[in-house]
Design a protein around this ligand. Structure first.
Ligand code: PHE
Length: 357
């Protein structure tokens, strides 16, 4: 009898003193496990007389029950305390302001890409892409550049080393190879714009060896120059956010379009600042034209059935004009002070309903 009382007191004292779940578990094994002290008492009952067993049995079983209840309770209390401590330690103050110097900005080129794509998406154009490293076929040959034609040199192409078969890969000099890739992989009607990086060996205030273009291509039955003019004029109005942008088309030459034109917008350079839309000056913005039958043929499209127009414009140029950035090279200097001044809020997406910028 005293055995049980003593054991019970000792076990409950130990349980009280236990500080963590591991020592509670150890206590459980020592008392209630197969070879545990309480289990041993129960085993000893086999040798008792029926009378002894009648008083002893309920006592030991009672102890076993109380102890295992108390252990479960203690375990739960310890787990709760551990969770509380962890929540307290890992607490973050969500009301703390963001550190101002950590705030990123959207680069004006990315902003203009987004704006231009938003406008063309609204007109039903899909986005197409192609690789920066191109081959001669997509960058020149399929676009109707004759072999050895000076236009190939005019592009100041960056070539890679010659391969074993004598061919050389190159950095695309314009986004027009995406026209070829699109026509080879899709059937008309086609209506795409292709934004991306382009490369020419050239560097001054308005030229950098890497620059950005967006290409446009529409191939459909019955498309004519009037559609081209309409799309580009609508684009200019939307992009510069001016209802009345005066534009003019000047005859030009590109091997891959016939007829070809360059588009200028009316502007005002008086007083130092450049104003778009009014004035007596003209500013060249893009190249365009009707897709040359040879290009359609090279891409497996029958020129007697389908016509199309294409245009290509410099994104960096558009960004400089719209946001008054004087030197193109600053765009790629990765100067955070410059980006802070010319950059855009990352959380504001350009959209036509509330204004582009
Ligand atoms: N690829 C031409 C350039 O980079 C622009 C252009 C595109 C002209 C499409 C006509 C049609 O100068």
């Amino acid at each position: 009898m005293t055995d049980i009382n003593a054991l019970s007191q000792e076990l409950f004292a130990q349980l009280d003193a236990a500080q963590d779940e591991a020592s509670v578990e150890q206590l459980r094994v020592n008392a209630l496990g197969k070879k545990g002290s309480v289990s041993e008492l129960l085993k000893g009952m086999g040798a008792m007389s029926p009378e002894e067993r009648q008083t002893f049995g309920p006592l030991v079983n009672g102890l076993k029950q109380q102890l295992s209840d108390a252990i479960a309770e203690k375990k739960e209390a310890l787990a709760q305390a551990a969770l509380d401590a962890r929540l307290l330690a890992e607490r973050i103050d969500v009301t703390l302001p963001v550190r101002p110097e950590q705030r990123g900005r959207i680069h004006p080129i990315m902003q203009v890409f987004e704006e231009v794509q938003t406008i063309f998406a609204d007109m039903g154009f899909a986005i197409a892409e192609g690789p920066d490293v191109e081959d001669d076929f997509h960058n020149f040959t399929a676009l109707n550049f004759p072999p050895k034609h000076p236009a190939r040199d005019m592009h100041d192409t960056f070539f890679f080393e010659e391969k074993e078969d004598g061919s050389r890969m190159l950095l695309r000099t314009h986004t027009s190879p995406v026209q070829v890739r699109t026509m080879l992989s899709q059937k008309p009607p086609i209506r795409i714009v292709a934004p991306g990086r382009t490369y020419r060996c050239d560097s001054d205030q308005t030229h950098t060896p890497m620059f950005h273009q967006i290409e446009g291509l529409v191939i459909e039955d019955g498309v004519h120059m009037g559609h081209l003019k309409g799309v580009l004029m609508d684009f200019m109005r939307a992009f510069f956010e001016i209802d009345d942008v005066d534009v003019r088309f000047r005859p030009h030459h590109f091997p891959f379009t016939e007829p070809s034109a360059e588009m200028d917008v009316r502007c005002d350079r008086s007083g130092g600042a450049l104003k778009i839309g009014t004035g007596t000056d003209w500013l060249e913005i893009l190249g365009c034209g009707m897709v040359h039958p040879n290009v359609l043929r090279a891409c497996g499209i029958d020129p007697t059935q389908y016509q199309g127009f294409a245009f290509g414009m410099g994104i960096d140029r558009l960004a400089m004009l719209k946001y008054g950035i004087p030197d193109l090279r600053d765009m790629f200097a990765a100067d955070v002070r410059w980006l802070k001044h010319y950059g855009f809020e990352p959380t504001v997406q350009p959209n036509l309903a509330t204004g582009l910028s």
